[in-house]
Ligand binder design. Structure first.
Ligand code: DP6
Length: 331
């Protein structure tokens, strides 16, 4: 077999990764926690070439018909990752490859958009180098791509990323399968334009926020509490912590030097509407990654009501409905 096909989900962080303690190995300051998303994924095909000179990346953007060859920054990141993977897997021989990658969701959906791609590629490169890795090592490899959150897309369902003290113990595990809890993530697209500052650049400045130290201190408690709420399926407390966490991360983001403002006026409008609806008895909670779009987390029983509500809101351009999903796999 000289070709394989891989499917890998994006994930939404309930506890966020922001800031890198070790910038060379992409080690985070804190544990993080996420859910794999059923409708936001990458399908990646990788073909092995004996000629190491052949290295190509083709990408099909969301809603486009054709694959385009990439020679820009995204291709450079793939080559950098190829060399890191080779070193991590202790492989001497060089291979060529041709990659075809397509996303099921708009690139700027307010998701850590590269997580699904790099987790898929981690499995792709381990196959290329003829290594059969367990979930732990595959997630370490994914982390080394530079898109740290991609390590959480590897295990099934709900993932916990242990921050670790060194590269070999900073990895993600599944803490519950997709069927564990019927949560729904409605991604509310408020803007389809590209964000101006990447998460990667953002991470580098996290420590310059005066609030960063306080965030790390408060996280100790929040991490314990959210785990409790999750295992008790206490949705109300879980949701409260979810929002507290999102606001905590964005407070750091907005007070870094230079500050970053991922939220827009529309983000704030929708947050207010979610809180209003909650007061009226429709229970859902927001969380936001490095973008202005919102993830509304609710229970399956309220999904239709929320869909009807958000379809009527002028700020919302598109809604993507997600359930918990499996991790990175061959298809
Ligand atoms: C705010 O460095 O993993 O989404 O490379 O853009 O995929 P990308 O992001 P990464 O940082 C993710 C930051 C975050 C929070 C999170 O997902 O934990």
């Amino acid at each position: 077999m000289n070709k394989v096909k891989i499917k890998s989900p994006a994930n939404i962080a309930f506890i966020k990764y922001w800031g890198q303690k070790d910038k060379k190995n992409f080690l985070p300051y804190n544990d993080s926690f996420s859910m794999n998303l059923s409708s936001c994924y990458t399908i990646l095909e990788i073909e092995k070439k004996e000629d190491p000179e052949i290295k190509k990346l083709y990408v099909k953007e969301y809603e486009k018909d054709d694959f385009e060859v990439k020679t820009d920054d995204s291709f450079k990141k793939v080559i950098t990752f190829y060399h890191r993977a080779k070193e991590f897997l202790k492989v001497k021989k060089d291979y060529g490859f041709v990659i075809y990658s397509a996303n099921s969701f708009p690139k700027k959906a307010g998701l850590a958009s590269s997580a699904s791609f790099f987790s898929a590629l981690a499995l792709g490169f381990s196959w290329l180098f003829e290594k059969n890795l367990d979930t732990k090592n595959l997630s370490i490899l994914a982390r080394l791509s530079g898109s740290g959150s991609s390590c959480r897309s590897i295990p099934d369902g709900f993932s916990w990323w242990y921050k670790g003290k060194k590269s070999s113990n900073s990895y993600a595990v599944s803490i519950a399968p997709p069927s564990y809890w019927d949560l729904v993530d409605l991604v509310l697209i408020l803007n389809k334009e590209e964000k101006k500052v990447s998460s990667l650049e953002g991470h580098l400045r996290a420590e310059t926020s005066g609030l960063f130290r306080y965030r790390l201190l408060s996280l100790e408690e929040r991490i314990k509490e959210i785990k409790n709420a999750f295992f008790k399926k206490n949705f109300t407390y879980f949701g409260y912590l979810l929002e507290e966490e999102a606001v905590s991360m964005h407070s750091v983001v907005m007070t870094q030097k230079p500050p970053l403002f991922y939220w827009s006026g529309k983000t704030v409008e929708i947050i207010k509407k979610i809180i209003e609806e909650r007061k009226k008895g429709l229970e859902g909670y927001f969380t936001i990654d490095a973008g202005e779009n919102i993830h509304l987390i609710c229970q399956k029983k309220d999904e239709e009501k929320f869909l009807n509500f958000f379809k009527k809101q002028k700020e919302v351009l598109q809604i993507i409905k997600n359930y918990p999903d499996f991790g990175t796999r061959f298809i």
